[in-house]
Design a binder for this molecule. Structure first.
Ligand SMILES: [Fe+2]
Length: 292
């Protein structure tokens, strides 16, 4: 493994090349989600290990929720987060909501979802290191995903001034205030770095949200400048934009992502339905084994 700090220039070169090699974006076709072959696995693993993401495509007959658990096992997502209903697979669809509720639960609406990494509000020991987003059914219009490998943001900032990345690696760079609902604290405040070295894999991970409400950046000129630069860099042409089609899934090492607003049609075949799984493991972090 090439280290992002001790061998920065080689690591930087590899990251930039890997991202460039992803365009045009090609979905990796998986013939049978219950039995991925070694060529499919190697292709997926290579892209995830170099560019931090991959997009796969299932055949129409295997585009089912039942395909997801076996896929996540193949991808190395062993330890998965459970949602409020104790499920590891969360269904994302537009649920009409009003006012504050809608702004608090944007993933469950048809609104635009701003740039973030998943679980930025989690305690450090529960940081999300990878996720899967599988499209059962796209919307009638919209719902475009935007993705950018967070390593490219690190590189842009570091090239500008290494003090900027150092500022964002401070343990108190970003605080998400406690979530208090009806006077009850449902989640405590979480303070942590924006960029950090994953203690298990030693790879670079990011904790970020572009939201401006209910978020407290460290009062520090370098942190403020770096945060502003990130906003600008996220407008960059390096961003990959792709609307997931039925049977396609995005898997990534929790890279930066967002989603445009969408409009559902009147019939179920025109109503967006995504399955999401979040994991505490990085993708393909374990040796490949297609016998599992
Ligand atoms: Fe997300």
């Amino acid at each position: 493994m090439i280290d992002f700090q001790s061998d920065y220039s080689t690591w930087r070169e590899n990251c930039l090349n890997a991202w460039q090699n992803c365009t045009p974006l090609n979905a990796i076709k998986l013939k049978n989600p219950d039995q991925l072959d070694s060529a499919e696995l190697e292709q997926l693993a290579h892209q995830c290990q170099t560019a931090n993401f991959a997009i796969y495509q299932l055949e129409p007959e295997s585009n089912t929720r039942a395909a997801i658990p076996q896929l996540t096992r193949y991808f190395g997502m062993t330890r998965c987060e459970q949602d409020e209903a104790d499920h590891t697979i969360t269904e994302l669809r537009n649920i009409p909501m009003q006012g504050d509720l809608a702004s608090a639960y944007i993933p469950y609406t048809d609104h635009r979802l701003n740039w973030h990494t998943d679980g930025y509000y989690n305690p450090f020991e529960q940081h999300i290191r990878s996720f899967l987003l599988h499209c059962q059914q796209p919307a009638l219009t919209g719902g475009e995903n935007m993705i950018l490998n967070h390593e490219l943001i690190y590189i842009a900032l570091h090239d500008e001034d290494p003090a900027l990345t150092a500022a964002l690696m401070q343990a108190d760079a970003l605080t998400i205030p406690a979530n208090v609902q009806a006077g009850i604290e449902v989640r405590s405040a979480q303070t942590g770095p924006v960029f950090y070295r994953d203690p298990h894999s030693q790879r670079l991970q990011m904790r970020y949200t572009a939201r401006t409400r209910s978020i407290a950046w460290k009062q520090d000129a370098l942190v403020a400048h770096a945060a502003q630069r990130i906003q600008t860099l996220l407008q960059d042409q390096g961003v990959i934009r792709h609307t997931l089609q039925a049977g396609q899934g995005l898997i990534c090492n929790n890279i930066l992502h967002g989603r445009s607003a969408f409009t559902d049609g009147n019939i179920p075949d025109q109503q967006r339905l995504m399955y999401r799984v979040r994991s505490y493991d990085r993708l393909f972090d374990q040796p490949l084994n297609n016998d599992t």
